[in-house]
Design a protein around this ligand. Sequence first.
Ligand SMILES: Nc1ncnc2c1ncn2[C@@H]1O[C@H](COP(=O)(O)OP(=O)(O)OP(=O)(O)O)[C@@H](O)[C@H]1O
Ligand SMILES: [Mg+2]
Length: 460
Amino acid sequence: MNLARIAICDDEKEILRYLKKVLQPHGYAVDSYSDGQTLLDKLDADTLYAPDLLIQDINMPGINGIDVLKNVRERRPELPVVIMTAYGSIDSAVTTIKLGAYDYITKPFPKEKLLAVMEKALERETLLKENQLLKEELSNRSAPGEIIFTSSTYRDVYEMTLQVAASEANILIQGESGTGKELVARAIHFNSARREHRYLTINCAALTDTLLESQLFGHVRGAFTGAASAQKGLLAAADGGTLFLDEIGDMTLALQAKLLRVIQEREYTPVGSTESRTCNIRIVAATNKELEREVAEGRFREDLFYRINVITLKPPPLRERKEDIEPLARHFMVRYSARTKKQVIFLADDALRLMQDYHWPGNIRELENIIERAVILARSNRITPDLLPFRGSASAAIDFCCDNKDSLESIERYHILWILKKNAYHKSRAAEILGITRKTLDRKIADYGLTIPKGRSESC
Ligand SMILES: Nc1ncnc2c1ncn2[C@@H]1O[C@H](COP(=O)(O)OP(=O)(O)OP(=O)(O)O)[C@@H](O)[C@H]1O
Ligand SMILES: [Mg+2]
């Protein structure tokens, strides 16, 4: 079923009737305009009106087709336009292409020809329109990541996740950084009845208030400087699906009030508009803050808290489920061996012991990073203690922080820092271990902006 909305502008009533008859059975919604002015008035009056395609005639009384096209291009630069032209006016058809029309067809045309042109135009339009969301969409359409665990602590969370996924309840996931909150959110969506619809995510801490609002609710043309055209928000894009609001504790009180309306009344107003829209969205939110405390201290609305907190899932920190360290480490060894075309498949007992003694402030993300690094550095097929960034005992673990988007360069940076730390910042010794000259080490220290504690570098 095709759900595109097609606007048609032609002064011949016969043509309008004919096109409607041809297009509707294909599932297109059709809006007919018998002159250019009516169409332009509609575009001006309803700034959120966004048909997916315009099919328009050239020779029309009143404003002629060329001027209609120019005006439409100004008002909706992203709207693809297919021109219908009478046989013999190819020249003006070519002019319309120069003005940005997508294609033209000469009347009379068989309906198959029209449908084929439309399909191509719509395909291109969809690609352009969704360009922003495309990357996210592609990764989100894929199956949720595999959730690895053996501990009974995590089993409870996992079973609860599957159980609540089937419901329509809004869910709050509360847990420390790196405990797998996003993984749980995806599992909820892909195990719910909404799985055929979109799962979109937004990080409330990463955007300014204004940007977050327009991303969520969309905006009308001219709503703020730079808003050259109307833009659908995530609520509209994910309609029927799930919206994951990451770091919801960072949302301002003003926006919290608007989100409450979405949840309570399924309504919102795009930025700059006076018209409300409706939506059908399931909200899954995550936070690493104690929202109860935020409520007590007046930073989070109590009513919103109860609305999103119908069910809370709390993935426990890794230090509270040490049994999971080994299966997770092995899981990441397989993943990063495949990525680096290596076969680091053995985990030395003493290396595992070191990991089990560690307190994992960065939780599973930190474990993943440490294994990735160890696999990259491994010279055999085994992970041994020297490949781990712990010094002797894990309680003296060296600060090691990186995120899972690390490039080889940043791994190198961490490795240099680690070797320097391990050798009390003795540069010559570190250079020797790293297999580079002292001069190269100095250059890398400068390039990577590494800081050597005062009083150390001079003495080395
Ligand atoms: N049980 C698990 N099994 C396999 N991989 C996991 C598991 N839990 C987390 N991960 C992996 O660990 C990494 C961090 O997880 P995720 O991004 O879901 O954490 P988060 O709680 O959202 O972190 P943050 O608060 O920093 O956003 C991801 O790469 C994820 O795939
Ligand atoms: Mg996250």
